[in-house]
Design a protein around this ligand. Structure first.
Ligand SMILES: Cc1cc2nc3c(=O)[nH]c(=O)nc-3n(C[C@H](O)[C@H](O)[C@H](O)COP(=O)(O)OP(=O)(O)OC[C@H]3O[C@@H](n4cnc5c(N)ncnc54)[C@H](O)[C@@H]3O)c2cc1C
Length: 492
């Protein structure tokens, strides 16, 4: 097998007990969970077009950091071993080291052969067996037969290209490929295009490197973030203050009936949000501290609340134009950094989360079952291996389509979906599955507060599920998106 440890190559046909495509957070959660069901002596083939485990973190911009405390970014229940304080926000290389550690841990449970640098080309299914086709850049092909296949490409994030600009007088770059040290050591002004997590990370990195640096931002309608100080209070404050993410999420949904997103969005933003720009309408589940927000707000020279269109060279120099019709003369040599976002912008065709034959599980946003691919992969793989998926009345949602129709509605839609499906799964999975979910950030809090949260969930989840289902049905009607039980969907 082609593997970072053996360097050998697969035969034209291979067989295994499980094949997973995608070695990002979704694929690694699927792998960690499945390995517990498979046990020693079983063989898994893990395929990814990237050269190693880690998904988007392999080529994320180098100054990215986790926005939640690092222990809660993991596969299954695998613990970090790098010795950081629990509050630490891990860097890209630390995240990649943890991914490698997760693979090592799983390899103590099952045999994992990796096909890195291989592309998934398709799958067919017959008589309970999936046949997976993969190929590499050299034109070699391999056919893998397996009783279970998990297509865990998840968010399938790809790096940003530089924004196309007509001007020859500015430098348009991608955060993934530019050298931030070079930009930081240069004196030319920087325009950060985009006010989401990447835009804020980029502005923060430049401003903290040099507080006098001229950094401006084009922030669209503005993004707000969940307050890290409120969600992860420090020290003894964990005992009495702060609001666990599940509580703020449940409150957000209790303000939303499927029709009043503007009002509910304002309530949530004003109660739990933080934002360094003048206004902020969009929530993309990012997290930010008050300190970061203050540093960015104080350091930004100018914030344009509009959408970037182009930079053109006029007689007096380059001019930036915006969707609202405004223009700005900008300094020749300025850097234009494309931070317009990565998540839920590309996706392949629809695949149901479970194939008709039952051998293929699909973890991706066209048939989303939860708000994040990590949770989807974790819970859905448990359901898959316990054969509980076929008759579970889960809802699936085309999150890509919903985002295209309304960015404001998206977090409400996917959190509502999670609330509904978590309740359905709670009735079908043992408690140990819920306790073993390493991504559950509520365990930041002391045990007594966690128990209180669990009791509230136990008392309310069926009622909340009914309400969530009604809200999801309303969203389906209003936005004409795929959102409903699997049975109503066309087959593969
Ligand atoms: C800039 C940025 C910062 C983020 N920060 C955080 C954070 O701090 N905390 C957090 O929880 N989340 C964060 N996220 C969200 C992030 O998307 C998830 O955390 C997670 O890493 C996504 O994992 P994934 O497996 O769904 O997708 P990916 O990481 O995109 O992994 C999918 C994998 O599938 C492979 N693949 C896709 N198609 C094929 C194919 N046809 N053949 C072979 N292989 C294929 C890809 O190569 C890739 O390795 C961030 C996202 C972005 C863009």
């Amino acid at each position: 097998m082609a593997d970072e440890s053996t360097g050998s190559h697969p035969a034209e046909s291979e067989s295994c007990d499980l094949c997973i495509v995608g070695a990002g957070l979704a694929g690694m959660n699927a792998l960690a969970v499945a390995s517990a069901y498979l046990g020693r002596g079983r063989r898994v083939i893990l395929v990814d077009r990237r050269p190693r485990v880690g998904g988007m973190w392999v080529d994320a911009y180098p100054y990215v950091r986790l926005h939640q405390p690092h222990p809660w970014f993991t596969a299954g229940d695998i613990r970090w071993t790098q010795g950081h304080d629990r509050r630490h926000l891990a860097t890209r290389s630390e995240v990649l080291d943890h991914f490698a550690h997760c693979l090592d841990v799983v390899r103590r449970r099952v045999t994992v052969d990796t096909l890195f640098g291989w592309e998934f080309d398709g799958v067919t299914e017959s008589d309970g067996t999936a046949t997976v086709r993969v190929s590499d850049a050299a034109g070699r092909t391999c056919t893998i037969t397996t009783p279970r296949f998990i297509n865990a490409v998840g968010f399938a994030i790809t790096p940003n290209d530089p924004l196309p600009v007509q001007s020859a007088e500015v430098r348009s770059v991608s955060p993934n490929f530019c050298d931030l040290d070079e930009i930081a050591s240069d004196r030319a002004p920087v325009w950060v295009i985009g006010g989401g997590k990447t835009g804020m990370d980029t502005a923060h990195a430049l401003i903290t490197a040099d507080p006098h640096r001229e950094v401006s931002m084009v922030a669209g309608s503005g993004t707000y973030f969940l307050s890290r100080d409120e969600t992860f209070p420090q020290g003894r404050r964990r005992w009495w203050s702060g609001t666990p993410a599940s509580v703020s999420g449940a409150q957000m949904l209790s303000h939303f009936d499927g029709t009043n997103e503007n009002e509910a969005n304002r309530w949530f933003r004003d109660t739990y949000g933080i934002w360094p720009t003048d206004c902020a309408d969009t929530y993309v589940l990012g997290i930010m501290s008050a300190e970061e927000s203050r540093a960015i707000a104080a350091g930004l020279r100018e914030v344009v609340m509009d959408r970037f269109v182009d930079v053109t060279d006029e007689i007096d120099g380059p001019v930036m134009t915006f969707a609202g019709g405004e223009t700005r003369a900008i300094t020749p040599g300025s850097w234009i950094i494309n931070c317009t976002g990565y998540v839920l912008r590309d996706a392949g065709p629809y695949q149901p989360y479970l194939s008709r034959g039952g051998a293929v599980l699909s973890i991706q946003p066209r048939s989303a079952t939860m708000h994040l691919t990590s949770f989807m992969a974790y819970f859905m793989t448990h359901m898959f291996y316990r054969d509980r998926l076929a008759d579970a009345p889960l809802y699936e949602m085309d999150a890509i389509d919903l985002r295209a129709k309304s960015k404001v509605i998206l977090p409400f839609g996917i959190l509502c979906l999670s609330q509904h499906n978590l309740s359905v799964m709670f009735d079908r999975l043992p408690n140990s599955v819920f306790l073993g979910c390493g991504s559950n950030v509520d365990s930041w809090y002391p045990l007594t507060r966690q128990v209180r949260g669990s009791l509230t969930f136990l008392l309310r989840h069926r009622r909340d599920r009914d309400s969530a289902r009604r809200t999801l049905d309303t969203l389906r009607e209003r936005f004409d998106v795929r959102c409903g039980p699997l049975a109503s969907s066309p087959g593969p």
